[in-house]
Design a protein around this ligand. Structure first.
Ligand code: DC
Length: 218
C-alpha cells in the first residue's frame, strides 16, 4: 500500500511544529521537520562538507519524539541544539532562497515519504514537495498571537524579547518567505485551513484529526 502523507504549511510561529509533533504521535506517522533539514544543510555547509556528504547525512536524519520534544539525530549524534543557533538560522534562511539548495533538498525530502506514512511540516510541503499529499493543512494565526507565542517560547529558554521587536521580526520573515521567487510560502489551492489564533494546541489537533478521519486516512 502506498504511504500516506499529511503536509502542514504556514507562516512562522503559527504552531506547525507543535501540530506536526502531536499528530505524528497520535496517529503514529513518521515526522519530517523540513525547516530542520534546511538548518542542517546550513550547519553542514558551515562545516565545509561537500554536497555529496551533506546529501548522505540529510537523507538519514532521524526526528525522534522524546518527552514531547523533537530530537534531531544525525549519525547517532543529537544536533538539535546546534540547529537552534541563531547563526545557523540566519544561514539557513539565506541558503533556502537559492535554487541549488532547494533542488538538492527536494529528493531528500521526498525520500522520507517514500516508505513510511509521514507528517511533514514546512513552507512548501503541500505546494512543491508533496503536491499529491493525502491531506494538506495550512495553519495560520494572527501576528499578535504568533509574536506572543514566540515570546513565551523564548522566555522558557530564559530570553526576554520585546513583543514589538518580535512582531517586526516575524513579519519580516513572512515577507521573505512569501515573496521569494522559488517555492514561496503560499496556501495550496486544495489545502484545509486551520486558524489557530483562538485555539489551544489540543483544539488544533482535534480539528486536524477530524479532517483526517473524514478522509479515511486513519
Ligand atoms: O521553520 P524553520 O525556522 O526551522 O526553517 C528554517 C529556514 O528554512 C527558514 O528560513 C525557512 C526555511 N524553510 C524553507 O524555505 N522551506 C521549508 N519547507 C522549510 C523551511
Amino acid at each position: 500500500m502506498p504511504s500516506k502523507v499529511i503536509t502542514i504549511d504556514g507562516p512562522s510561529a503559527s504552531g506547525k511544529g507543535t501540530l506536526a509533533k502531536l499528530l505524528s504521535k497520535q496517529i503514529n506517522f513518521d515526522l519530517l521537520d523540513s525547516g530542520a533539514l534546511y538548518r542542517a544543510f546550513a550547519f553542514f555547509t558551515n562545516q565545509g562538507l561537500s554536497h555529496e556528504v551533506i546529501t548522505k547525512k540529510l537523507s538519514s536524519i532521524s526526528f525522534i519524539l522524546k518527552h514531547a520534544k523533537v530530537q534531531i539525530v544525525s549519525d547517532n549524534e543529537d544536533i538539535t541544539n546546534e540547529l537552534r543557533m541563531e547563526r545557523i538560522a540566519i544561514l539557513a534562511s539565506e541558503l533556502s532562497s537559492k535554487s541549488l539548495t532547494r533542488k538538492l533538498l527536494l529528493p531528500i525530502q521526498r525520500g522520507y515519504g517514500a516508505n513510511s506514512n509521514l507528517v511533514a511540516d514546512g513552507r512548501d510541503m503541500g505546494t512543491v514537495v508533496f503536491p499529491d499529499a493525502d491531506l494538506k493543512i495550512y495553519l495560520d494565526a494572527n501576528i499578535e498571537i504568533r509574536a506572543k507565542r514566540r515570546q513565551l517560547e523564548l522566555q522558557k529558554r530564559g530570553q526576554e524579547v520585546n513583543i514589538h521587536d518580535l512582531m517586526t521580526d516575524i513579519l519580516e520573515r513572512d515577507n521573505k518567505d512569501m515573496r521569494r521567487d522559488i517555492s514561496p510560502l503560499r496556501k495550496a489551492d486544495d489545502a484545509f485551513t486551520i486558524d489557530s489564533s483562538n485555539l489551544s494546541s489540543e483544539q488544533v489537533l482535534n480539528n486536524a484529526i477530524d479532517e483526517i478521519k473524514k478522509r479515511g486516512l486513519i
